[in-house]
Design a protein around this ligand. Structure first.
Ligand code: SF4
Length: 140
């Protein structure tokens, strides 16, 4: 949930192991790891939560999202993304599923290169992987 809207849906395991929404990446990146090094700095999500009385236009996460340029056309600030589900799984984001897969792989790889990621696919490594969300190389 973000700003009163559901932004990602899936089982607990799916969301923790393979998060698909930039907000989820940010949340996981701001959590300490239980099995990684203790001296790895956390990466808080920039900005503040939105007002529910006067929420942002378009995607409510857009003022804090570091991926808006990857969508282009100002869509993030003007068009509300829909939560489209496939088999009960999905995210409300204008990034394509290919982009999300690629960006999360970059994030996980970036976290791994700093030594904070565990084995790929484990819930623990996902938490660590999200830590690099705001520093990921986002080539298109
Ligand atoms: S729709 Fe745009 S602003 Fe919202 S999470 Fe996706 S990339 Fe970020």
């Amino acid at each position: 949930m973000y700003g009163g809207r559901c932004v990602e849906r899936g089982t607990k395991k799916e969301v923790l192991r393979s998060p698909q929404h930039p907000y989820t990446w940010g949340l996981l990146g701001s959590m300490p790891s239980l099995d990684g090094p203790v001296d790895v700095p956390l990466s808080p999500i920039p900005g503040s939560p939105p007002s529910l009385l006067n929420p942002p236009s378009g995607c409510r996460f857009h003022p804090r999202c570091t991926f808006t340029e990857q969508v282009g056309g100002g869509r993030c600030s003007s068009e509300q993304p829909l939560l489209e589900l496939t088999g009960g799984r999905g995210a409300a984001c204008h990034l394509t599923s290919d982009q999300r897969s690629r960006f999360f792989a970059d994030i996980a790889g970036s976290a791994g290169s700093t030594g904070s990621a565990g084995s790929a696919g484990s819930a623990g490594s996902t938490g660590d992987a999200g830590r690099g969300a705001h520093n990921a190389d986002r080539r298109d």
